[in-house]
Design a protein around this ligand. Structure first.
Ligand code: ATP
Length: 343
């Protein structure tokens, strides 16, 4: 439905996104994950035809075959940004903004648009929606603002909602609530969701497919269960290894340590003799200082000579998921072992 082919985004000739191709299928949740600077937000913005000033891009992004994404924004594709205030005008009541969004698409009366706006606020759990519709964004709490933005993004029943770190500005409890609202709304309107997130726990709970990015490229892509259950890229393994222990064990699936249910006892014993590293050593390269070969090579526990010279091609693992690593078929299972060290 939404198709991205060979997407490249550069600033002053320096590429921050370096040839990304993926599809978003109807009604699915695709998570874009990776450390800061991987190019996730730029990719998300390219989907909406709203790249920052100074960015040049090539490749194609099409929604149902249409290339003019900016023209479809707010109708067929909509954004839930990190910062709700940036999406709402400070000078108009929230209800008026929602009603205006309805009227920009549908030929309905003011009264009808207003009624739809109130109903949308009610659906996202804003109490006393009739009164709240008359209030301004600054009169809303952070969690309520983010709910209002979700109402705005879904009010015209788009095909795709793009959410860029939609809960980072909120505290943990509100994050969970707002994510549930987002999940429920996208389900209700039948939209696909592209979810940019740092939070791998969120990915495990909400994503159908996952695309792992590093230094502007795809590292691994496939069904969330396949990528999480058996990561083939050392980078993905490193992200999973750096999850807090609770995240791995919370629902008994144990992806956080790579110890799936079946090999629990063996790994439980092993855990006493090993400890987890807090995170992948080092940090990602800046777009203007990429190392030659595989960009992850300087941080990779499986690095060998060719990794420092040749960029890996994309391979397909037996379970159908895609991976870009020279040594993907040598990655152990559980892959998080790569990032453990003897106690
Ligand atoms: N407006 C800009 N001007 C110049 N360079 C930019 C701009 N926006 C992004 N970049 C470059 O592109 C890289 C990727 O940015 P992007 O925001 O997509 O990363 P990200 O993966 O979303 O990280 P984060 O989670 O920190 O937002 C940045 O590290 C930066 O080098």
């Amino acid at each position: 439905m939404l198709s991205v082919r060979g997407l490249r985004i550069a600033f002053d000739g320096v590429e921050a996104v370096r040839g990304l191709s993926f599809d978003v299928r109807p009604r699915e949740v695709l998570a874009l994950v990776g450390e800061s600077g991987a190019g996730k937000s730029l990719t998300a913005r390219a989907l909406l035809g709203m790249l920052p000033e100074g960015a040049t891009s090539s490749g194609t992004v099409r929604l149902r075959g249409e290339a003019d994404l900016a023209a479809q924004r707010g109708r067929r594709i909509a954004l839930v940004p990190q910062d709700a205030l940036s999406a709402l005008s400070p000078v108009h009541p929230v209800g008026d903004q929602l009603a205006a969004a309805v009227r920009s698409v549908a030929g309905v009366s003011r009264k009808e648009a207003r009624a739809r706006a109130v109903a949308a606020l009610d659906r996202v759990g804003i109490p006393d929606a009739v009164r709240r519709a008359r209030a301004y964004p600054h009169e809303y709490s952070g969690g309520m603002r983010q709910r209002a933005v979700i109402a705005m993004a879904t009010i015209n029943e788009p095909d795709v909602v793009v959410a860029d770190e939609p809960t980072t500005a909120l505290d943990a409890e509100l994050q969970e609530q707002v994510l549930r609202v987002l999940a429920a709304q996208r389900e209700a309107v039948g939209a696909a969701l592209v979810l940019v997130t740092h939070d791998l726990g969120v990915v495990r709970e909400h994503a159908d497919r996952v695309l792992v990015m590093y230094a502007g490229r795809q590292v691994e892509q496939g069904p969330a269960a396949a990528v999480w259950g058996r990561p083939r890229a050392p980078y993905t393994a490193g992200l999973l290894a750096s999850l807090p222990p609770d995240d791995g064990d919370r629902d008994g699936h144990g992806h956080g340590h790579g110890d799936s249910r079946g090999d629990g006892p063996r790994l439980a014993g092993r855990r006493h003799r090993r400890r987890r590293l807090p995170s992948i050593p080092g940090s990602p390269p800046a777009p203007d200082a990429l190392p030659p070969g595989c960009a992850f090579a300087p941080r990779c526990p499986l690095v060998e000579d060719r990794c420092r010279h040749e960029e890996p091609r994309t391979s397909t693992a037996d379970d159908g998921h895609e991976v870009s690593c020279h040594r993907w078929d040598e990655v152990p299972h559980p892959a998080t072992e790569l990032f453990l060290e003897p106690a």
